[in-house]
Design a protein around this ligand. Structure first.
Ligand code: ADP
Ligand code: MG
Ligand code: MG
Length: 213
């Protein structure tokens, strides 16, 4: 039932908030190497606004899809910055795919993650290897889709996908940024992972722990 699903979405956003709050400084430090150093602060503002909005809607018995799309708007509005806008697009697409009618099953969630990835690429125009969050989200999506199509339960599939995202985020250290604020100082960024890829990997790992419960 979608009411219960809305509670799960809220728990997932709260898990995202916890992991972001625990990593604000680290994300800022990574972004300061070649970017402008605001990734930790931006993520904190965005995810906090999203959780606030989600709590408000859950108290009013909103469905899971509505809760997530409205939280996504709050995230983008409050975060500012490129990553805030992209998280807004991604979670909005995921929320639309989940909808309010059904309890979202693994297939629907996997489809929603595909839409989120498509939204980010459409909006941000990054290609694979440009050293952005896309480089963590592609392996996350591909692993999730493969596991779900192979019959895995959502919790198990999500955990594997989160591991793939983590590996990819770490490996982004080798890449040279081709887009975004880190581009002018691109060479300085080599040896440091992309901040947006790292925060995405942290968030999907934290959400995975909630799904498993
Ligand atoms: P800003 O770059 O506006 O200061 P943030 O510091 O919050 O915003 O986010 C930076 C992160 O956003 C980058 O590490 C990268 O992962 C992601 N990013 C930036 N531009 C794009 C883009 N065009 N497409 C996808 N991701 C992007
Ligand atoms: Mg920045
Ligand atoms: Mg900025």
């Amino acid at each position: 039932e979608s009411r219960r699903a809305a509670g799960c979405v809220l728990s997932a956003l709260e898990a995202a908030e916890r992991v972001v709050l625990a990593n604000v400084e680290k994300l800022g430090r990574i972004d300061a190497i070649a970017g402008d150093g605001d990734h930790g602060i931006g993520m904190e503002r965005g995810v906090t606004a999203a959780v606030e909005k989600a709590r408000e809607l859950e108290a009013r018995d909103a469905g899971a899809g509505t809760l997530l799309t409205r939280a996504a708007d709050a995230w983008a509005d409050r975060a500012g910055g490129t990553s805030g806008a992209l998280w807004g697009v991604a979670l909005g697409a995921l929320g639309t795919a989940i909808g309010d009618e059904h309890a979202p099953d693994a297939k629907r969630v996997s489809e929603g993650v595909r839409r989120a990835l498509e939204g980010i690429i459409h909006f941000g125009k990054a290609s694979p290897g440009d050293k952005t969050m896309v480089d963590a989200l592609i392996p996350f999506h591909e692993t999730l889709e493969r596991e779900v199509e192979g019959g895995a339960e959502l919790a198990q599939a999500w955990r594997k996908a989160a591991e793939a995202a983590h590996r990819a985020a770490e490996e982004s250290a080798h890449l040279v940024p081709k887009i975004g604020r880190a581009r002018p100082l691109a060479e300085k960024s080599v040896g440091t992972p992309d901040p947006g890829a790292i925060s995405l990997a942290l968030i999907v790992a934290a959400v995975g722990e909630v799904i498993s419960k």
